[in-house]
Design a protein around this ligand. Structure first.
Ligand code: KDG
Length: 305
Protein backbone atom coordinates (compact mmCIF):
# COMPACT_ATOMS: atom_id res chain seq x y z
CA UNK A 1 0.00 0.00 0.00
CA UNK A 2 1.24 3.48 -0.83
CA UNK A 3 1.51 5.94 2.04
CA UNK A 4 1.13 8.98 -0.20
CA UNK A 5 -0.29 9.28 -3.71
CA UNK A 6 0.42 12.69 -5.29
CA UNK A 7 -1.91 14.05 -7.98
CA UNK A 8 -0.81 16.87 -10.26
CA UNK A 9 1.63 18.00 -12.92
CA UNK A 10 5.32 17.00 -13.05
CA UNK A 11 7.58 19.27 -15.08
CA UNK A 12 11.04 19.13 -16.56
CA UNK A 13 13.06 22.01 -15.13
CA UNK A 14 15.70 24.34 -16.61
CA UNK A 15 17.45 26.30 -13.88
CA UNK A 16 19.60 29.34 -14.73
CA UNK A 17 22.83 28.92 -12.78
CA UNK A 18 24.67 31.69 -14.66
CA UNK A 19 24.15 33.96 -17.68
CA UNK A 20 22.60 31.70 -20.35
CA UNK A 21 23.67 28.59 -18.46
CA UNK A 22 20.81 26.20 -17.84
CA UNK A 23 20.95 23.21 -15.55
CA UNK A 24 18.40 20.57 -16.44
CA UNK A 25 16.44 18.98 -13.62
CA UNK A 26 12.93 18.16 -12.53
CA UNK A 27 10.07 19.86 -10.75
CA UNK A 28 6.33 19.97 -10.54
CA UNK A 29 5.22 20.49 -6.97
CA UNK A 30 3.50 17.17 -6.30
CA UNK A 31 6.26 15.15 -7.98
CA UNK A 32 8.70 16.97 -5.70
CA UNK A 33 6.54 15.93 -2.73
CA UNK A 34 6.50 12.29 -3.85
CA UNK A 35 10.29 12.21 -4.27
CA UNK A 36 10.93 14.01 -0.97
CA UNK A 37 8.67 11.56 0.85
CA UNK A 38 10.32 8.56 -0.80
CA UNK A 39 13.84 9.72 0.06
CA UNK A 40 12.67 10.11 3.66
CA UNK A 41 11.26 6.60 3.86
CA UNK A 42 7.60 6.74 2.79
CA UNK A 43 6.10 4.64 0.00
CA UNK A 44 4.96 7.26 -2.46
CA UNK A 45 3.41 7.37 -5.88
CA UNK A 46 2.43 9.82 -8.57
CA UNK A 47 -0.84 10.10 -10.47
CA UNK A 48 -0.69 12.20 -13.62
CA UNK A 49 -0.67 12.33 -17.42
CA UNK A 50 2.58 12.81 -19.35
CA UNK A 51 3.29 13.35 -23.01
CA UNK A 52 4.57 10.37 -25.02
CA UNK A 53 7.75 12.38 -25.55
CA UNK A 54 11.37 12.45 -24.41
CA UNK A 55 10.69 14.71 -21.42
CA UNK A 56 7.98 12.30 -20.29
CA UNK A 57 10.46 9.41 -20.62
CA UNK A 58 12.93 11.34 -18.44
CA UNK A 59 10.32 11.78 -15.71
CA UNK A 60 9.42 8.08 -15.85
CA UNK A 61 13.13 7.24 -15.48
CA UNK A 62 13.44 9.66 -12.57
CA UNK A 63 10.60 8.03 -10.63
CA UNK A 64 11.95 4.57 -11.38
CA UNK A 65 15.37 5.59 -10.07
CA UNK A 66 13.86 7.16 -6.96
CA UNK A 67 11.48 4.29 -6.21
CA UNK A 68 8.35 6.42 -6.67
CA UNK A 69 5.43 4.32 -7.91
CA UNK A 70 4.29 5.44 -11.38
CA UNK A 71 1.49 2.90 -11.82
CA UNK A 72 -1.07 5.72 -11.99
CA UNK A 73 0.70 7.60 -14.80
CA UNK A 74 -0.92 7.69 -18.25
CA UNK A 75 1.07 8.63 -21.37
CA UNK A 76 -0.70 10.85 -23.88
CA UNK A 77 0.14 10.91 -27.58
CA UNK A 78 -1.94 14.04 -28.18
CA UNK A 79 -0.29 16.49 -25.75
CA UNK A 80 3.24 17.25 -24.49
CA UNK A 81 4.96 17.06 -21.10
CA UNK A 82 5.18 20.48 -19.40
CA UNK A 83 8.42 22.44 -18.86
CA UNK A 84 9.48 25.35 -16.66
CA UNK A 85 12.42 27.69 -16.34
CA UNK A 86 13.79 29.04 -13.03
CA UNK A 87 15.61 32.38 -12.92
CA UNK A 88 17.28 33.94 -9.90
CA UNK A 89 17.19 37.63 -9.10
CA UNK A 90 17.29 40.07 -6.23
CA UNK A 91 13.80 39.02 -5.08
CA UNK A 92 14.65 35.32 -5.12
CA UNK A 93 13.60 32.89 -7.83
CA UNK A 94 10.92 33.26 -10.49
CA UNK A 95 9.33 30.77 -12.86
CA UNK A 96 8.44 30.84 -16.53
CA UNK A 97 6.19 28.04 -17.78
CA UNK A 98 5.79 26.13 -21.03
CA UNK A 99 2.86 23.99 -19.99
CA UNK A 100 -0.34 25.34 -21.60
CA UNK A 101 -2.19 22.42 -23.20
CA UNK A 102 0.10 19.88 -21.55
CA UNK A 103 -0.88 16.25 -21.06
CA UNK A 104 -1.43 16.83 -17.33
CA UNK A 105 -3.80 19.70 -18.06
CA UNK A 106 -6.05 17.12 -19.77
CA UNK A 107 -6.71 15.44 -16.41
CA UNK A 108 -10.44 15.32 -15.81
CA UNK A 109 -12.89 13.55 -13.50
CA UNK A 110 -13.42 10.96 -16.24
CA UNK A 111 -9.79 9.83 -16.43
CA UNK A 112 -8.82 9.79 -12.73
CA UNK A 113 -7.03 6.68 -11.42
CA UNK A 114 -9.78 6.00 -8.87
CA UNK A 115 -8.52 2.60 -7.72
CA UNK A 116 -5.06 3.97 -7.00
CA UNK A 117 -6.58 6.82 -4.98
CA UNK A 118 -8.73 4.42 -2.96
CA UNK A 119 -5.71 2.24 -2.25
CA UNK A 120 -3.45 4.91 -0.72
CA UNK A 121 -3.25 6.04 2.91
CA UNK A 122 -3.12 9.69 1.89
CA UNK A 123 -3.90 11.66 -1.28
CA UNK A 124 -1.84 14.83 -1.72
CA UNK A 125 -2.67 17.56 -4.23
CA UNK A 126 -2.26 21.29 -4.59
CA UNK A 127 -3.54 24.53 -5.99
CA UNK A 128 -1.24 23.96 -8.97
CA UNK A 129 -2.95 20.61 -9.63
CA UNK A 130 -6.19 22.55 -9.97
CA UNK A 131 -4.81 25.71 -11.63
CA UNK A 132 -3.60 24.14 -14.86
CA UNK A 133 -7.05 23.79 -16.50
CA UNK A 134 -10.74 23.76 -15.69
CA UNK A 135 -10.91 20.00 -16.14
CA UNK A 136 -7.93 19.56 -13.79
CA UNK A 137 -9.69 21.75 -11.22
CA UNK A 138 -12.67 19.43 -11.42
CA UNK A 139 -10.43 16.37 -11.35
CA UNK A 140 -8.82 17.59 -8.14
CA UNK A 141 -12.17 17.98 -6.44
CA UNK A 142 -13.40 14.62 -7.74
CA UNK A 143 -10.20 12.96 -6.48
CA UNK A 144 -10.76 14.45 -3.03
CA UNK A 145 -14.29 13.05 -3.01
CA UNK A 146 -13.07 9.58 -4.05
CA UNK A 147 -10.46 9.68 -1.27
CA UNK A 148 -12.91 10.79 1.38
CA UNK A 149 -15.44 8.11 0.49
CA UNK A 150 -12.69 5.51 0.84
CA UNK A 151 -11.40 6.89 4.15
CA UNK A 152 -8.14 8.08 2.58
CA UNK A 153 -6.65 11.16 4.27
CA UNK A 154 -6.47 14.24 2.03
CA UNK A 155 -3.55 16.67 2.16
CA UNK A 156 -3.56 19.98 0.30
CA UNK A 157 -0.97 22.70 -0.36
CA UNK A 158 -2.45 25.88 -1.92
CA UNK A 159 0.83 26.61 -3.80
CA UNK A 160 -0.66 29.77 -5.24
CA UNK A 161 0.75 30.55 -8.70
CA UNK A 162 -0.84 33.72 -10.01
CA UNK A 163 0.72 33.14 -13.43
CA UNK A 164 -1.64 30.18 -13.77
CA UNK A 165 -4.94 31.67 -12.55
CA UNK A 166 -6.38 34.87 -11.09
CA UNK A 167 -6.60 35.28 -7.32
CA UNK A 168 -10.42 35.27 -7.20
CA UNK A 169 -10.69 31.96 -9.01
CA UNK A 170 -7.80 30.47 -7.03
CA UNK A 171 -9.46 31.46 -3.77
CA UNK A 172 -12.78 29.90 -4.75
CA UNK A 173 -11.30 26.58 -5.87
CA UNK A 174 -8.69 26.29 -3.12
CA UNK A 175 -11.14 27.08 -0.31
CA UNK A 176 -13.60 24.53 -1.73
CA UNK A 177 -10.87 21.88 -1.69
CA UNK A 178 -9.48 22.88 1.69
CA UNK A 179 -12.94 22.44 3.20
CA UNK A 180 -12.66 18.75 2.36
CA UNK A 181 -9.00 18.28 3.30
CA UNK A 182 -7.65 16.72 6.50
CA UNK A 183 -4.20 18.29 6.33
CA UNK A 184 -3.57 21.88 5.21
CA UNK A 185 0.00 22.71 4.21
CA UNK A 186 -0.07 26.38 3.19
CA UNK A 187 2.87 28.75 2.89
CA UNK A 188 2.47 32.07 4.72
CA UNK A 189 2.58 34.40 1.71
CA UNK A 190 0.07 32.31 -0.25
CA UNK A 191 -2.22 32.01 2.76
CA UNK A 192 -2.15 35.77 3.37
CA UNK A 193 -3.30 36.43 -0.19
CA UNK A 194 -5.92 33.69 -0.10
CA UNK A 195 -7.42 34.44 3.31
CA UNK A 196 -6.84 38.19 3.56
CA UNK A 197 -5.48 37.55 7.09
CA UNK A 198 -1.99 38.57 8.18
CA UNK A 199 -1.30 36.85 11.48
CA UNK A 200 -0.09 33.21 11.25
CA UNK A 201 -2.24 32.21 14.24
CA UNK A 202 -5.35 33.68 12.61
CA UNK A 203 -4.53 31.90 9.34
CA UNK A 204 -4.13 28.56 11.11
CA UNK A 205 -7.47 29.10 12.85
CA UNK A 206 -9.08 29.93 9.48
CA UNK A 207 -8.08 26.54 8.07
CA UNK A 208 -9.13 24.67 11.22
CA UNK A 209 -12.49 26.40 10.99
CA UNK A 210 -12.81 25.36 7.34
CA UNK A 211 -12.58 21.77 8.59
CA UNK A 212 -8.91 20.71 8.38
CA UNK A 213 -7.68 18.53 11.28
CA UNK A 214 -4.04 19.52 10.99
CA UNK A 215 -2.55 22.77 9.73
CA UNK A 216 1.20 23.12 9.17
CA UNK A 217 1.81 26.67 8.00
CA UNK A 218 5.31 27.26 6.63
CA UNK A 219 6.88 30.60 7.58
CA UNK A 220 9.91 30.54 5.23
CA UNK A 221 13.00 31.58 7.19
CA UNK A 222 10.94 31.68 10.41
CA UNK A 223 10.16 27.96 10.58
CA UNK A 224 6.58 26.76 10.81
CA UNK A 225 3.41 26.95 12.86
CA UNK A 226 1.46 23.78 13.60
CA UNK A 227 -2.16 23.91 14.68
CA UNK A 228 -4.62 21.17 15.57
CA UNK A 229 -7.71 21.23 17.74
CA UNK A 230 -5.33 20.40 20.63
CA UNK A 231 -3.33 23.61 20.33
CA UNK A 232 -0.86 25.70 18.38
CA UNK A 233 2.91 25.32 18.37
CA UNK A 234 5.68 27.36 16.79
CA UNK A 235 8.53 25.36 15.25
CA UNK A 236 11.83 27.25 15.02
CA UNK A 237 13.79 27.47 11.78
CA UNK A 238 17.14 25.91 10.96
CA UNK A 239 19.42 28.46 9.29
CA UNK A 240 20.43 27.39 5.80
CA UNK A 241 22.91 28.47 3.12
CA UNK A 242 20.37 29.60 0.52
CA UNK A 243 21.17 28.73 -3.11
CA UNK A 244 17.72 28.06 -4.61
CA UNK A 245 14.49 27.82 -2.62
CA UNK A 246 12.58 26.17 -5.50
CA UNK A 247 10.69 23.22 -4.05
CA UNK A 248 11.44 23.95 -0.38
CA UNK A 249 7.73 24.00 0.46
CA UNK A 250 7.26 20.72 -1.39
CA UNK A 251 10.11 19.18 0.58
CA UNK A 252 8.41 20.36 3.76
CA UNK A 253 5.14 18.74 2.62
CA UNK A 254 6.75 15.42 1.75
CA UNK A 255 8.70 15.30 5.00
CA UNK A 256 5.74 16.39 7.10
CA UNK A 257 3.41 13.80 5.59
CA UNK A 258 6.02 11.04 5.90
CA UNK A 259 6.53 11.63 9.60
CA UNK A 260 2.87 12.45 10.36
CA UNK A 261 1.69 9.23 8.72
CA UNK A 262 4.39 7.27 10.58
CA UNK A 263 3.79 8.74 14.04
CA UNK A 264 0.57 10.79 14.14
CA UNK A 265 2.58 13.54 15.87
CA UNK A 266 2.11 16.76 13.86
CA UNK A 267 4.53 18.88 15.88
CA UNK A 268 7.38 16.35 15.66
CA UNK A 269 6.61 15.95 11.95
CA UNK A 270 6.91 19.71 11.44
CA UNK A 271 10.23 19.87 13.33
CA UNK A 272 11.59 17.17 11.06
CA UNK A 273 10.15 18.83 7.96
CA UNK A 274 11.68 22.22 8.79
CA UNK A 275 15.12 20.58 8.90
CA UNK A 276 14.49 18.69 5.65
CA UNK A 277 13.29 21.86 3.88
CA UNK A 278 16.31 23.83 5.10
CA UNK A 279 18.59 21.25 3.44
CA UNK A 280 16.62 21.40 0.20
CA UNK A 281 17.51 25.07 -0.43
CA UNK A 282 21.26 24.47 -0.37
CA UNK A 283 21.54 23.36 -4.01
CA UNK A 284 20.00 24.20 -7.41
CA UNK A 285 16.73 22.64 -8.51
CA UNK A 286 13.56 21.35 -6.93
CA UNK A 287 14.63 17.70 -6.82
CA UNK A 288 18.42 17.28 -6.82
CA UNK A 289 19.00 18.73 -3.32
CA UNK A 290 16.10 16.90 -1.63
CA UNK A 291 17.63 15.24 1.45
CA UNK A 292 17.53 11.60 2.52
CA UNK A 293 16.39 10.43 5.95
CA UNK A 294 20.09 9.97 6.81
CA UNK A 295 20.84 13.60 5.96
CA UNK A 296 18.00 14.88 8.13
CA UNK A 297 18.72 12.57 11.03
CA UNK A 298 22.40 13.49 10.89
CA UNK A 299 21.54 17.14 11.40
CA UNK A 300 19.05 16.41 14.17
CA UNK A 301 21.47 14.04 15.97
CA UNK A 302 24.24 16.62 15.69
CA UNK A 303 22.07 19.09 17.56
CA UNK A 304 22.34 21.48 14.64
CA UNK A 305 18.61 21.50 13.97
O1 KDG B 1 7.15 24.35 -5.57
C1 KDG B 1 8.06 24.26 -6.65
C2 KDG B 1 7.26 24.16 -7.90
O2 KDG B 1 6.54 25.34 -8.04
C3 KDG B 1 8.12 23.96 -9.12
O3 KDG B 1 8.73 22.70 -9.10
C4 KDG B 1 7.37 24.18 -10.40
O4 KDG B 1 5.45 22.82 -10.09
C5 KDG B 1 5.91 23.90 -10.36
C6 KDG B 1 4.98 24.99 -10.60
O5 KDG B 1 3.93 24.70 -11.14
O6 KDG B 1 5.27 26.12 -10.22
Amino acid sequence: QLDILCLGEPLVEFNETGPRRWLEGFGGDVSNVAIAARRLGARSGIATRLGADGFGDQLMALWAAEGVDAGAVTRDTEAPTGLYFVRHGEDGHSFEYRRAGSAASLMSPGNLPREAIRGARCLHLSGITQAISDSAAEAGLAAIEVAREAGVAVSYDPNLRLRLWPLERAREVIHASMRLADVALPGLEDARLLTGLQDPGDIARFYLDLGCRVVALTLGPDGALVATHDGVEQVPPRPARLVDATGAGDCFDGAFLTRWLATGDAVAAARYAVVAASLSVEGYGAVAPLPTAEDVEGIIAGGRA
